[in-house]
Design a protein around this ligand. Structure first.
Ligand SMILES: [Zn+2]
Length: 233
């Protein structure tokens, strides 16, 4: 959908036109957020989405969309001869970025689903706005705003993405637990093996799958903690 629309706009406005370049930043958020609502055309899915389970649907739709996008991007870069000779471990940037988009896409669509009953236009606008804000620094980099150069912009973009990743996970945590707890979104509440107190996972820890070596805020001791069994997620 996007390619024909984009070439039509470029032809009628001119590819260096300011209106065209501004509209171009909106094309991905508008088309992708619309595509992520297509599963709602299945009546059983539409009927089943409620305030108790919409985050699960957002995670399923977001991860599904991100996997499709991974495949699409992989297919595009597989055709580039200068990249074909690289080893698999040189695609670390691709892997990290694509895994982060699983959380981003889920967070964006969660706003649409949160407002599904009665305020869908409001929710859709929110999802598009958050998506647009996430992509916007990429355009700032392309336009080299401030004249920092591509190296400085690459670093700025990495910092922004990391921050946005915590915001996205935090939003999903607010929808699920009722408060901003991005680390809890990934690791769940922790159960202290010594004092049996429960706590939100601290940011600083060593991660080994489900267990983490972290510090309990109740007894102040470091130990291997496991997640509390929760039924709410
Ligand atoms: Zn403890």
């Amino acid at each position: 959908m996007r390619v024909p629309l984009d070439s039509w706009l470029a032809a009628s406005l001119g590819s260096s036109n300011a209106t065209y370049t501004s509209l171009k930043t909106l094309s991905a958020p508008l088309t992708e957020e619309t595509a992520k609502l297509l599963p709602l055309l299945v009546p059983a899915i539409f009927r089943d989405i409620r305030s108790e389970n919409f985050v699960r649907y957002a995670l399923a739709i977001g991860a599904g969309f991100a996997v499709g996008e991974m495949w699409f991007v992989a297919d595009q870069i597989a055709g580039l001869t200068q990249i074909a000779s690289l080893s698999f471990y040189q695609f670390g940037g691709y892997a990290t970025e694509r895994l982060m988009t699983c959380v981003f896409h889920s967070a964006f669509v969660s706003i649409s689903l949160w407002c599904l009953r009665g305020r869908i236009a409001f929710g859709f606008a929110g999802a598009v706005a958050l998506h647009w804000l996430g992509n916007f620094p990429v355009f700032l980099m392309k336009w080299d705003v401030g004249g920092f150069g591509s190296t400085a912009w690459t670093i700025l973009l990495q910092c922004f993405l990391l921050l946005y990743f915590f915001v996205a996970a935090g939003l999903l945590a607010v929808f699920t637990f009722g408060r901003f707890a991005p680390v809890r979104f990934f690791y769940g509440r922790r159960d202290c093996p010594e004092c049996h107190g429960e706590y939100d996972p601290p940011l600083m820890a060593f991660n080994f799958g489900r267990s983490r070596y972290d510090r309990c805020p109740h007894c102040q001791r470091w130990h291997w903690s496991m997640p509390v069994q929760e039924s709410s997620l």
